[in-house]
Design a protein around this ligand. Structure first.
Ligand code: NFS
Length: 676
């Protein structure tokens, strides 16, 4: 037997170059810090693990045990007939459409299960089963009640009187919970959409019936041997996505506003630098504000503050990661510590005394990182546990919500004294204005005289504002952290396109200083800068979390209603974007935006290249049905200009392109025309 003379030397794992991984200084510093401490982060793992080339094309089918069947495009493309098929005969188009529809279903289920949790908590409020939640925005409750066929007035002795708020609340709560599984009819909120859009949905047969039903039907139709027509599959993907945007997500947003208050613009800070070395640092991460609202109250309670001081801390610093951050930012001014890709880095500061997580976008690796520090990692949701031994589970229940929150905050305070010497908080933070919504846009841009979106429309018609962009969605470790978001947004506002933003994109915009009125003078074209300076708003408006994309749908509807810009969302000079998307939730959002008439461009990559015919259906054919279509462009400048070209096309169709040319004329143009 020949023995090996030398043992193979284990290669040192490749590490991310911090400057190539992110454009954001605190992220760069913390990636380097993690590497110095020998802790791997998502940025390093993105360097060592490459994505699967077949999965990237969207044509791997693992929906039965004869597979996985993989149908990659042959190099050089397909000549003649496309003969690729799986064992059952499934074509690349069918497989790709099934995978796409399943992403829509997963995204819809995430937003909608969140919405269901909110609706059930609101039902507990209406039934007076909980003392910890109340109705903070009765006006919003009264505003939404008619959509659920709940009367807000009663006739008494021939006189019309206001109905008791408790009765309205119970009616709305029961109807909202029923939306998830009702038998018969279609979703209540569809009637909030512009009439022509409602008619398109009806004609196509894509009006969602009940939220859960549409998710179930996607799963059935994409199972082995069921729906084998990519167009028919896309139709169900549309119906499911509408159950998200105009259903589960919209219910979530509205009832959160009713219980926790509709956001109004407020000032806050953003980035990892909001953490404080001499304070107890509690970070909430995830999505549902049911728990985080209580954590806010617990962190502000005098009793807990005194307790923190008794342990030697100067106070309690609460901050957020991901959409939970957006929820407590927009209602309380609590600062976000970072986006999705900064979650591990927040623990690597060594100053995070507790990270409290609920559902969605939570890295499993957080437990491994927390193990290297004193950080208590606390899961709170029965459907989202972690297997590692160092993770503590404190199940949160709306019936004793405040008790749960106090227990968690006390645990964080007790942990303050356990910190190691490895504390390093990057000193970068910015100021931002967040908390915009349909109502505050009306107030700030509509003016109190008209009380509607007229002034916004007027500024679009006269060309000061070229158009509206929704820039939303995640970070993705396959792209340079925040680069696409920030380059794209800057290019849009430079070209006078006002930006509405949500999710991690909104956090990124805050971190990079784009959410202040002062950003207008620095980054905007002259028209948008003038509007922002006149009304005192930032050129990029933070509209909340990802479920709050429903606010963008409703803002677009308000613009249609205000008049002068067509009859439907697809007529507007507007476009949508998710430049660094990674989550299935983003695909659900994209599909409901497209099916609501919005030209929607994703960055990075779409898993469609293996099925050119299906891809073409999403990128061109859908527009003929709904007025909106998909597109993909990884380069953020080209991405911005695709959106701007669409906006200009719509301006031309509306006959308002001439007004815009007049506004943009500079000295050279004037000289050329002999005007100077
Ligand atoms: Ni949206 Fe929010 Fe962020 Fe992406 Fe995740 S936090 S729900 S999915 S990563 S934007």
């Amino acid at each position: 037997m020949v023995e090996a003379k030398t043992k193979p030397v284990a290669k040192a794992p490749k590490l991310a170059n911090p400057r190539e991984a992110s454009i954001e200084p605190s992220t760069q510093e913390m990636i380097a810090r993690a590497q110095q401490l020998g802790i791997d982060t998502v940025f390093d793992r993105a360097v060592t693990m490459k994505p699967c080339a077949i999965g990237l094309q969207g044509i791997c089918c693992k929906n039965c045990a004869m597979g996985p069947c993989r149908l990659p495009l042959p190099k050089g493309g397909i000549e003649g007939e496309d003969t690729r098929k799986g064992l059952c005969g499934a074509t690349a188009n069918t497989i790709c459409a099934r995978n796409f529809a399943r992403m829509v279903a997963a995204g819809t289920s995430a937003h909608s299960d969140h919405g269901r949790g909110v609706a059930e908590t609101f039902l507990a409020v209406a039934r007076k089963e909980t003392k910890d939640y109340t109705i903070k925005d009765p006006a919003k409750l009264i505003q939404i009640a008619p959509y659920f066929d709940v009367a807000t007035t009663v006739e008494v002795d021939g006189e019309t009187m206001d109905r008791e708020l408790d009765e309205i609340a119970l009616g709305v709560a029961e109807a909202a919970v029923a939306e998830f599984g009702k038998n018969g009819g279609t979703l209540a909120y569809l009637k909030r959409a512009p009439q022509p859009l409602q008619e398109k949905w009806k004609k196509e047969g894509v009006e969602p019936r009940a939220i859960d039903r549409e998710v179930v039907e996607v799963m059935h139709r994409t199972a082995m041997g069921v729906d084998q027509d990519y167009k028919n599959l896309t139709k169900q993907a549309t119906r499911c996505s509408l159950a998200d945007g105009w259903g589960g997500a919209m219910i979530g947003t509205d009832l959160q506003d009713v219980m926790f208050g509709s956001p109004t613009p407020l000032q806050a800070e953003a980035n990892l630098g909001v953490m404080k070395e001499d304070h107890v640092n509690v970070i909430v991460h995830g999505h549902e504000p049911l728990l985080s609202e209580m954590i806010v109250a617990a962190c502000q309670s005098q009793e807990n503050l005194e307790y923190a001081k008794s342990k030697g801390a100067k106070g309690i610093q609460l901050s957020g990661i991901c959409c939970t951050a957006n929820e407590i930012l927009q209602r309380h001014g609590i600062p976000p510590a970072g986006t999705f890709l900064q979650q591990e880095l927040a623990i690597i500061t060594g100053a995070c005394d507790a990270m409290v997580v609920d559902v969605q976008c939570i890295f499993q690796n957080l437990a491994n990182v927390a193990k290297c520090f004193h950080t208590k990692l606390i899961t709170t949701h029965p459907i989202a546990k972690m297997e590692q031994e160092n993770v503590i589970h404190i199940e949160f229940d709306e019936h004793h919500a405040m008790d749960d929150a106090n227990k968690i905050v006390k645990m964080a305070i007790d942990n303050f004294t356990e910190r190691g010497a490895d504390v390093m908080i990057p000193q970068h933070k910015t100021t931002q204005i967040a908390g915009f919504g349909v109502e505050s846009i009306r107030y700030h841009l509509g003016g109190s005289f008209r009380g509607d979106y007229y002034t916004l429309n007027d500024n679009i018609i006269n060309g000061r504002i070229r158009g509206i962009a929704g820039v939303v969605g995640c970070n993705n470790a396959r792209t340079k952290h925040n680069e696409e978001h920030i380059t794209l947004i800057k290019e849009l506002i430079k070209n006078d396109v006002i930006v509405l933003t949500t999710g991690c994109s909104a956090i990124a915009a805050g971190i990079h200083g784009l959410l202040t009125p002062g950003a207008a003078a620095v980054h905007c074209g002259p028209g948008l800068a003038e509007v922002c300076e006149t009304v005192g708003i930032p050129p990029v408006l933070h509209l909340g979390s990802c479920v709050d994309n429903s606010r963008i749908l409703l803002a677009a509807t308000e613009v249609v209603k205000a008049g002068g810009l067509g009859d439907d969302i697809c007529d507007l000079p507007a476009a949508g974007s998710a430049p660094e998307w990674m989550s299935e939730k983003a695909i659900a959002i994209g599909q409901y935006f497209v099916s609501s008439g919005v030209y929607t461009v994703f960055g990075y990559h779409m898993p469609l290249d293996g099925a050119p015919e299906f891809k073409d259906y999403l990128y061109t054919e859908m527009e003929k049905i709904y007025g909106g279509k998909w597109d993909c462009e990884p380069d953020p400048i080209k991405h911005a200009h695709k959106m701007i070209a669409h906006i200009d096309k719509k301006r031309k169709e509306l006959g308002i392109d001439k007004a815009r040319e007049r506004v943009l004329m500079d000295m050279a143009d004037r000289q050329a025309l002999g005007m100077e």
